[in-house]
Ligand binder design. Structure first.
Ligand SMILES: [Cu+2]
Length: 128
């Protein structure tokens, strides 16, 4: 275990500093905060699993139930991907800094089948 979600993680928890931890395992993806301010945002992927996992940041108003899924992948080319951490091994971490405009985002792992195995935030990540 390289990091655990803090108590009270989840919807409604705002990050004032734009630092967001993303915890992955088989098969879940949990964000330490579900909103932050516009500007530079750093996502740190902490892969607590034994398998590899990735992080894809997509700007979208569409819900998690309305993603274009085909052949067990979310079809990223049909969406506005604003940042990505390619698959990292279990027990490792990696960070991604992106400049985000106000809007709604979804955070997910998009390795084969992982999205449908619910490796995604349960709702939008909101940039204010
Ligand atoms: Cu995954």
């Amino acid at each position: 275990m390289i990091g655990a979600p803090p108590p009270g993680e989840g919807v409604g928890v705002h990050s004032d500093d734009g630092l967001i931890n993303i915890y992955t395992d088989e098969y879940s993806l949990v964000a330490s905060h579900m909103s932050t301010g516009a500007g530079e945002v750093t996502f740190t992927l902490l892969n607590n699993g034994s398998e590899s996992h990735s992080l894809v940041v997509i700007r979208t108003d569409r819900s998690i139930y309305d993603m274009p899924v085909y052949d067990n992948f979310v079809q990223e080319e049909q969406l506005d991907v604003v940042g990505k951490i390619e698959a990292i091994s279990g027990g490792t971490t990696e960070s991604l800094t992106v400049t985000l405009e106000p809007g709604k985002y979804l955070l997910m792992c998009n390795l084969r089948t992982h999205y449908t195995l619910s490796m995604r935030t349960s709702d939008h990540f909101v940039v204010e």
